[in-house]
Design a protein around this ligand. Structure first.
Ligand code: XIL
Length: 378
């Protein structure tokens, strides 16, 4: 097995392209059933030297990001991980950390009350371990992706408290030592900064967020605890409210280690001008920061201009993270247009990821690589 430095040299050499072409030819001649017949649950062991289909990618993103102290991650579609070996191979090669796109959400983990289905999430955790990747836990409490048995608008206080405590304790305990961070509560705030009305806020009051943080800490003393939200990237009413909330939590000894900035955006909207200033003020509270769900959708059809605009936004997002030393993680919400969630929620938009549906790099991929100029670790 080659060391990282050897691999970089190897990839940088023209030999890589030649091997890539050979692999592409082999792949093109591999019958589809060969892929389909992979036994379920048996994930491919992808070594760090493996090249994938086109061989057109440069040094892996994870290696470029590492010397900067940034974990470079992607959300992962658990079904694709099992049935799409090239997808799994690119994931292993390019990303140093993974987030379950859906597999760790309440509805997936606990489809019946008290009965857990750990399998897809465990498969991802095992894949990550085999490929030297860390796992970012997403998410313990969210108003979406809830199980079918938990549809009440409000519950008696004690019952809600028991449910919240049971789920958080079971899940954090199960993944203890296997995930480095948790999104403890996802999307807790409204645009005006008020606490979103959910089953939990109605039953337990807005303090449910602090309770969730305490429960997570009790179940794992060392995992990093994050609050994750969208629309908090710039200085605005929502991020102001979160900032004030964190200050109150700090004063009251509520365990909070970091803020996740989802960073979903569009080619027309881009990033807020106050992005870096906002990251810096949260960092000044002593928090870790993570870009947790970056993607940049565009109106379809795709044009070269839109791809360039998208690339610039991805690059700027990485540079914003690098401008703040506590920004410890940069995660894209899916790395390939083959599986992006965007078309399922935005009718005329798509192409939001850094690789296209054929797993070929787009200008945005190159923008990520050049946002982390190559430098050696240490
Ligand atoms: C999305 C997933 O990508 C979809 O597969 C799923 O159907 C719905 O949820 N913010 C979040 C993520 O915090 O959990 C969401 O993920 C995208 C928006």
């Amino acid at each position: 097995m080659l060391s990282r430095r050897e691999r970089l040299r190897f990839v940088a050499s023209g030999t890589a392209l030649a091997i890539g072409v050979v692999l592409a030819l082999v792949a093109a001649h591999t019958p589809k059933d060969a892929v389909a017949s992979e036994p379920p649950g048996e994930l491919m062991r992808t070594g760090p030297t493996s090249m994938f289909a086109r061989g057109t990618l440069g040094p892996a993103l994870r290696a470029l990001a590492q010397p900067y102290g940034v974990r470079l991650g992607s959300a992962v579609n658990s079904e694709a991980l099992l049935r799409d070996p090239p997808y799994a191979e690119v994931l292993a090669r390019e990303f140093g950390t993974v987030t379950a796109e859906d597999a760790m959400k309440w509805g997936r983990l606990e489809p019946s009350r008290g009965v857990y289905n750990w399998t897809p999430a465990d498969q991802l955790v095992n894949f990550a371990a085999r490929n030297g990747q860390q796992v970012y836990g997403h998410t313990l409490v969210w108003h979406e992706a809830t199980p079918a048995w938990l549809t009440a608008d409000e519950l008696p206080r004690q019952e809600a408290a028991d449910l919240l405590s049971g789920h958080i304790t079971d899940v954090v305990t199960h993944f203890r030592g296997k995930v480095w961070a948790w999104d403890v509560v996802n999307e807790p705030l409204e645009a005006d900064g008020s606490v979103r009305e959910t089953l939990w806020s109605r039953s337990l009051g807005p303090d449910y967020i602090a309770q969730a943080l305490r429960l997570a800490r009790a179940a794992d003393p060392s995992v990093r605890l994050f609050i994750n939200d969208f629309g908090i990237e710039g200085v605005n009413q929502k991020s102001d409210a979160l900032y004030a909330m964190v200050q109150r939590w700090r004063a009251a000894g509520v365990p909070i280690d970091g803020i996740g900035f989802q960073t979903h955006t569009t080619t027309s909207r881009g990033l807020p001008r106050s992005f870096v200033a906002n990251l810096k003020r949260f960092a000044a509270l002593g928090l870790d920061l993570a870009i947790t769900e970056a993607d940049v959708r565009m109106p379809l059809p795709v044009t070269p201009d839109l791809l360039e605009t998208q690339a610039k936004i991805y690059g700027d997002a990485v540079r914003a993270c690098l401008a703040v030393s506590q920004c410890v993680s940069f995660t894209v919400w899916g790395f390939s247009d083959r599986y992006s969630w965007v078309p399922t929620v935005h009718a005329d938009a798509g192409a939001a990821c850094v690789l296209d549906a054929d797993l070929s790099p787009k200008p945005a991929y190159a923008a990520l690589t050049s946002a982390f100029p190559m430098r050696s670790a240490g």
